[in-house]
Design a protein around this ligand. Sequence first.
Ligand SMILES: [Zn+2]
Length: 223
Amino acid sequence: MNNDFFAKEHFETRINCPICHTEIIMHWQRDNIPYFGEVMYITGVCENCKFRFTDTMILASKEPMRYELSIESLEDLNARVIRSTSGTIRIPELGIDVEPGTISQSYVTNIEGVLQRIMNVLITASKWAVEDDESEEKFARSQELMSILEEVMEGKRKITLVIEDPLGNSAIISKKAKAIKLTQEEAEQLNTGMIIFDVDKSELEMDVSENIRSPGKESSENE
Ligand SMILES: [Zn+2]
């Protein structure tokens, strides 16, 4: 794409819907985040099947990056977070990895918002566990993680939030956050979620918006 496009406040591109192949108009909207820099929000909705696409692109940095923030106080919960579709969120202490999924969404929120999203995934996971009799252990683990996250949101417990993005489009914006450039090897191991345009309808229909790995299990190479 021509770089001149990125100097504009707003422009449009066209792609074909990954589900029904109807043409979608993608809106690119520029924004300036104080103390951080220029970002581009990308959104599109298919008129035909209502498929939604959203992403965020950081224009300032294009390096594969890891951001780490130690969450120690209520104030830390307000730190701004940009999570693009290529961002992987980790909470090492709890063994939680939220990887880009087939139809993962980008969002700009704060640390509390990220924790709330993880809570919602855990709530869904424990509902599934109840329906499946053999998942008692999973259910118990989800409940445990939820109560830990509640304590963190009340400022009673410390954890570390990590965001890694091989495309440099995700970030934690805080003076306290450590920003580390990822090595080529580390970047290659990350899922970008970019297969969104390759998948066919049946795969998209059964998928949820995020992949969350079974807490405490070793990571597998392929989902
Ligand atoms: Zn469509």
